[in-house]
Design a protein around this ligand. Structure first.
Ligand code: SF4
Length: 244
């Protein structure tokens, strides 16, 4: 659901069976653009939508995205806990030698460049130690407890400029203040529809019928908002900011 931030009017709605919200952001923007004749200038979305891929796509469309900064540190810690790597052997304990394009581990062994991966919005350069070094290493149980025979791998991360700029933007007070408005804008229509229309569960089955039911509920909400706005001196505003 896309909601105009100025007047809290629903400007786009879509039905999906996908459990991954991130796949819905660009579709939602396209729906809003189709309904309103132009895309929003700014979209405020929660962390489920602000993936690296979506950040790059929104930048490419010239739409300002506001959402939580990419929490790479949190993800990294989860990954290391899962693989049993202790904090003293996290990648920052490895020294990068730019001239030779290698890493040197805390036991002074070399990790040679192995390969590159390109997930959306970033590039991972992977470096790998020799398996025989890791198997014989006294620190192996803390540095490489599960895959010593293959050799410890360290990743050098180079973000796309869009990701760096997004994270920088989300440090600003202005962006943080805008993000704080998301709950009131995007959640209010959901709460209203649940409370006033008692629509907590769709009564119909099948995507098409569910979509019809959802559209009717949103229409009822929008009419109620229109009645409220009719008595306000300001007319329905332009589509400057949208939250979902
Ligand atoms: S396990 Fe391998 S990478 Fe880790 S400290 Fe030992 S030799 Fe170096």
């Amino acid at each position: 659901m896309g909601v105009d931030a100025a007047e809290k009017i629903i400007v786009g709605i879509g039905i999906s069976q996908s459990g991954a919200d991130q796949c819905e952001l660009m579709k939602g923007v396209d729906r809003v653009a189709g309904n309103m004749g132009r895309a929003p200038e700014v979209v405020v979305a929660d962390g489920a939508y602000t993936t690296m891929g979506n950040i790059v796509k929104m930048e490419g469309r010239g739409i300002g995205l506001i959402g939580p900064a990419i929490d790479r540190e949190g993800r990294r810690r989860v990954e290391f806990e899962r693989t049993g790597i202790k904090p003293e052997f996290f990648p920052e304990a490895f020294r990068y030698d730019e001239g030779r394009n290698i890493y040197r581990c805390p036991e002074e062994k070399e990790l040679k460049y192995w390969r590159k991966e390109n997930p959306p919005g970033t590039t991972f350069y992977l470096y790998r130690a020799k398996g025989k070094d890791c198997v014989a290493c006294p620190s192996q149980d803390r540095c490489c407890p599960r895959t010593a025979e293959k050799g410890r791998v360290v990743r050098r991360v180079v973000d796309a400029p869009e990701i760096t700029a997004f994270n920088q933007k989300m440090k600003s007070e202005e962006a943080k203040e805008i993000y704080k408005t998301r709950g009131a804008v995007a959640e209010f229509p959901h709460a209203w529809i649940k409370d006033k229309l008692k629509l907590r569960q769709f009564r119909l089955r099948g995507l098409r019928k569910v979509e019809i039911e959802a559209v009717w509920a949103c229409l009822a909400y929008n009419i109620q908002q229109w009645i409220r706005l009719k008595w306000k001196p300001a007319k329905l505003g332009g589509l400057d900011q949208c939250a979902g």
